[in-house]
Write a protein that binds this ligand. Sequence first.
Ligand code: BG6
Ligand code: MG
Length: 210
Amino acid sequence: MKAVIFDLDGVICFTDKYHYQAWKALADRLGIYFDEQINNRLRGVSRMASLDIVLERAQQSYTQEEKDAFAAEKNATYVELLQQMSPADLSDEVKETLDTLREGGYRLAIGSSSRNTKLILSRLGLSDYFDAISDGTNITRSKPDPEVFLMAAEMLSLPPEECLVVEDAKAGIEAAHAGGFRSAGVGEASEHPDCTYPIAHFSDLKTILL
Ligand code: BG6
Ligand code: MG
């Protein structure tokens, strides 16, 4: 393998709590039940597909225009919360592992559904770190579709067989498998039958790759 394509949220950093707070604020305003379990289902899922999951509990249906406004409202809250992030939110384990893989000759890329990828990378001090960034702004189909990873591989000019995908979401493991990539899964992703390398810690990537 020549490159590693990392999912962002839940792999490089932990934005779950901010997504939760932002969706919860919207759901509360609309009088819709929302909890951490529902939030877990939003992992790896695009913003609009996440909204559809949040609205499953709604007592009424909404027009596309209203849904667009809800998604924008949630994102404004989320972006505000992201201002709390700083390079201190990048763990020593993640930074040390990334640096070691890079020294080992691997090219490193991001493959994330988030349209806020570049903002989050800048909050973490990683704006110029990766060799390629494929994110929610350059895809039309969200995970479990492999598009975001295929685009990352294309940006690196490498075939999927030469790239390892690192994921925390089951939808991400499915996307990797569908695109012909091997995958390393942390958390719930490690339990997916299509996960090539279930790992307990991010630093275990060094054992797989070096
Ligand atoms: C993924 C997250 O990385 O990005 C999802 O796991 C999120 O929870 C998705 O819905 C889209 O994020 P954004 O930042 O474009 O709203
Ligand atoms: Mg993720």
